[in-house]
Design a protein. Structure first.
Length: 168
């Protein structure tokens, strides 16, 4: 004879079904697929290179301000560029980026991001953002350099205090 399970047993079964890994996995799979679609629009090998340039250009500018000769900066740029071209592969980094996006964004957020990236403003953001980031990095670096003397003034007594304690 078939017996109707008590309500607590039904609740337990429902809870177990809800937390079963297959349900979480389905959500993860859809987020992973959406994250891949977002990355196809937001990143590419050329975007990766632009982001790299956004890092290296301000560093080279700082080297110039510190007196590094132009020929040396050119050699450093060439070495970095050759290294990037030989070692940095989109196929290697893409799965890691997909994991980050799938982890850090909900499915709804990924859908909204995908929708944004598919419209004209989203496409403009993708093309302009590396330039904006590079210009922002340069502006930030110049700003912080202008504040360096006041930071050095604050740090000098601390350095002197500990220098005297260690005898260095």
């Amino acid at each position: 004879m078939f017996a109707i399970p008590p309500p607590k047993a039904v609740h337990l079964w429902l809870l177990l079904l809800l937390i079963h890994p297959c349900f979480a996995r389905a959500d993860d799979d859809s987020r992973t697929i959406l994250a891949e679609e977002v990355l196809e629009l937001a990143y590419s090998p050329s975007t990766l290179r632009d982001n790299f340039s956004g890092f290296i250009d301000p560093a080279l500018d700082a080297m110039a301000r510190d007196g590094m000769p132009a020929a040396a900066r050119d050699d450093v740029r060439k070495a970095f560029t050759e290294w990037f071209d030989q070692e940095v592969k989109w196929e290697d980094i893409k799965p890691k980026l997909v994991q980050i996006y799938a982890h850090d964004f909900t499915e709804d957020e990924l859908r909204a991001l995908l929708s944004f990236l598919q419209n004209p403003l989203g496409r403009k953001v993708i093309t302009k953002l590396p330039l904006v980031m590079r210009e922002g990095a340069v502006a930030g670096q110049e700003y912080f350099v202008s504040k360096q003397d006041s930071l050095n003034a604050k740090l000098a007594p601390i350095i002197a205090k500990y220098k005297n304690k260690t005898g260095n």
